[in-house]
Design a protein. Structure first.
Length: 411
């Protein structure tokens, strides 16, 4: 049976259809970009490391075309000025004004300690190189993740190597007089003395010391010197050490033999033994990609600071993939960060312990001259190193935190 349609109804329907056809379809909401806040430092003695942190972050984002787990990424960079007050101000701006989803950085332990209470209260995930021990020990921040290592986590293997492989019995330590230096040397001292060695003197130049001569004059009567300087201070110390004519072997923490500093050293660095969570001669696809990209973009091979931030990017990426790219549920995203386990990274394989601190490989390297360049050659690898070394966790945490005066010197 034919359906009759009145003329007025037809015209009204036709007009309605025309209006409908002329309206745009509702826009499909695109996921907002992931916002990463980078706390770095661009002035003062720590600036060399801070600039490399920014370079490593940018290099990672370039390798991912500024896209992680299906979301575009925006990077907001904040210069802390290398001081606690500036770091706290910049952190508040990143969280409250810029609405970042996570923070990379800061660099220094004293900067991190200044913001830990605030970031925990704000439930802001922080991925940092700052090595302050108690951030993942006695005063853990549940929103803090560290893929590099604590200050002492580097030095425990170095002390083991010094005592067992190099057979050193007596050393003098010298390090910047702030938390990073204190904790490095304390960690070295504990393991070295437990292995039968002895630290006979600890020297503490201020972070901005222009002349190390008065301290170098106190070095003697030992098998070696252990230095724990940060930023560009290792360069200054090693040059003045050579100028004073000292021949004792030098051991150093992560910054001492950092690959990014090698082009600035002269022969004073040849033979120096250092330890790091990153080493340029590690043969992994991701490390090769990082090195090629850094040389192309900046004309320099990466060191711990740039590699560390590149690795932070990989951790964030893996966590975002676990959450389907979502960051709105901070608790879920934070759990995903801490559950990350990676194999192919510029530092090799690693996981996190229940405090959010890395369990991974550390490398003992010797600085050598090859042709007209200085390079680090890995001479021993320590896999699956915990922040507690080989000590029982409960025993370790029952001891005082590593500090300027703990462990004390033996009389």
């Amino acid at each position: 049976m034919a359906v009759k349609v009145r003329r007025r109804e037809f015209l009204a329907g036709a007009a309605g259809a025309a209006v409908t056809a002329s309206l745009a379809f509702p826009a499909i909401a695109q996921p907002k970009p992931v916002r990463i806040g980078l706390l770095t430092v661009k002035t003062g003695p720590l600036a060399a490391g801070g600039i490399q942190m920014e370079q490593g972050t940018i290099r990672f984002l370039k390798d991912r075309n500024h896209n992680l787990a299906g979301r575009k990424v925006e990077l907001v960079v904040a210069d802390t000025g290398g001081n606690p007050a500036g770091t706290k101000t910049k952190t508040q701006e990143l969280v409250e004004r810029d609405n970042v989803d996570m923070i990379f950085g800061p660099l220094a332990a004293f900067e991190l300690l200044a913001i830990t209470d605030y970031t925990a209260q704000a439930k802001m995930p922080v991925l940092s190189l700052a090595a302050a021990e108690d951030m993942t020990q006695r005063r853990p921040n549940p929103y803090f993740v560290r893929a590099s290592g604590t200050s002492a986590q580097y030095m425990h293997p170095l002390a083991d190597y010094a005592a067992k492989e190099l057979k050193f019995k007596r050393v003098i330590t010298i390090a910047d007089d702030f938390a990073f230096g204190h904790e490095q040397m304390a960690g070295f001292q504990r393991v070295f003395e437990d292995a039968g060695g002895r630290v006979v003197k600890k020297l503490w130049p201020p972070l901005v010391t222009p002349d190390y001569t008065p301290y170098i004059a106190q070095i003697g009567g030992v098998d070696a010197v252990v230095q724990g300087f940060a930023g560009s201070n290792p360069l200054k110390f090693m040059k003045q050490y050579q100028d004073q004519g000292l021949k004792l072997p030098v051991l150093g923490g992560g910054p001492a033999g950092d690959e990014a500093l090698l082009k600035s050293y002269g022969d004073e660095a040849v033979g120096m033994i250092s330890v790091s969570a990153y080493t340029g001669d590690l043969d992994t696809p991701s490390n090769k990609r990082l090195i090629d990209g850094m040389v192309k973009d900046y004309g320099n091979i990466p060191g711990l600071y740039s590699a560390g931030l590149y690795i932070n990017g990989m951790v964030a990426e893996a966590a975002l993939e676990k959450t389907g790219g979502k960051t709105d549920d901070r608790e879920a995203f934070n759990r995903a960060l801490r559950s990350v386990s990676l194999v192919d990274t510029p530092r090799g394989p690693f996981t996190f312990d229940h405090f959010g601190n890395v369990v991974g490989t550390f490398y003992i390297r010797r600085t050598e001259r090859k042709g007209d360049k200085l390079v680090n050659t890995t001479i021993k690898t320590y896999p699956k190193v915990s922040q507690f070394w080989t000590y029982d966790e409960k025993w370790f945490l029952a001891q005082p935190v590593y500090s300027r005066d703990y462990p004390p010197l033996k009389s």
